[in-house]
Design a protein around this ligand. Structure first.
Ligand code: HEC
Ligand code: HEC
Length: 243
């Protein structure tokens, strides 16, 4: 190991950290330097670790919006804490707990999970109704899922999931293997359970005015996820043709 190279890179890292991380110039009176593992402020932790992918306001990215109160009520602090600690294998969501190779202490992970809930959660977000559970418990049946998809989703996402573009609506394909490669089955389930209210996508209650739609059951949500997942291919990103 070349020690000279090592100490140079440590010095460069220290300078880099300070330029990027400190608001005040080093040495200025009052400039507080907090060790990264001592940061306990939710907003700062969120900005440093999560905002790049989930947006400063929690409403960005391929994942469910973290600022969706229906999502927060269904997932609950325990699941959010687990996912933040362990990440989601096979997606861009990293593991943050030190025990999983991340940079955050267990306390910081807990502060993030509680902070997300208290910043964006809302009491009675489910209006007293009981949602299907956060996680599915069966494998799901893709062909039953295709039928349920026709009932609950096709009007906005097209008969085959290819998307709809008209004067009122613009949705992209949700069966495109490149999209499905970015999101896990749980990620899809979260979107179906909690919807995308800012975009006009309803949650599991599917309360579209005038359509007489009823709420989805746990099994229907599970089956729809299985149908979407059946469009995954082994090597996404390679050439494929649109149907
Ligand atoms: C009333 C219209 C509407 C209904 C019904 C609806 N969606 Fe959506 N959905 C949207 C809109 C609008 C978006 C955001 C635009 C986009 O991402 O294409 C969206 C986004 C999504 C996304 C995220 C796509 C992405 O690129 O991030 C998924 C997955 C999805 N919907 C699946 C479903 C499924 C499955 C159903 C049925 C259970 C459903 N949607 C029902 C309107 C709807
Ligand atoms: C490099 C990008 C990236 C960063 C940084 C990131 N996330 Fe994620 N996150 C994702 C992606 C992508 C998903 C969707 C994973 C999936 O498909 O299940 C996700 C999913 C999640 C979920 C689960 C959503 C669900 O469906 O239940 C939670 C909770 C979450 N992130 C919280 C956080 C928190 C808190 C931080 C900061 C400590 C963070 N994320 C940082 C990319 C990121």
């Amino acid at each position: 190991m070349n020690l000279r190279w090592l100490s140079l890179s440590v010095a460069a890292l220290a300078v880099g950290l300070c330029c990027g991380g400190c608001r005040d110039a080093p040495g200025r009176p009052g400039a507080a330097v907090t060790r990264p593992d001592k940061v306990t402020d939710f907003r700062l932790l969120y900005r440093q670790n999560c905002a790049a992918c989930h947006g400063v306001r929690g409403d960005y990215g391929d994942a469910i919006s973290l600022n969706n109160p229906v999502y927060l009520a269904i997932a609950g602090t325990v699941n959010i804490q687990k996912i933040t600690a362990n990440g989601v294998p096979g997606t861009l969501m990293p593991a943050f707990a030190k025990s999983q190779g991340g940079m955050l202490t267990d306390q910081q992970v807990a502060i993030l999970a509680q902070g997300v809930e208290s910043a964006w959660g809302r009491s009675n977000a489910l209006g007293g109704q009981t949602a299907p559970p956060y996680a599915g418990s069966t494998a799901g049946d893709p062909s039953a899922g295709q039928k349920a998809y026709g009932t609950f989703c096709a009007s906005c996402h097209g008969v085959e999931g290819q998307g709809v573009v008209n004067a009122k609506l613009h949705t992209g394909s949700i069966v495109d293997p490149s999209y499905l490669a970015l999101i896990s089955d749980q990620g899809l389930r979260s979107l179906i359970l909690a919807g995308q209210p800012q975009e006009g996508m309803p949650d599991w209650r599917s309360d579209l005015q005038g359509t007489g739609a009823r709420s989805m059951t746990d099994q229907e949500v599970t089956d729809i996820v299985a149908w979407l997942a059946s469009h995954r291919v082994a090597a996404p990103g390679q050439f494929y043709s649109h149907p």
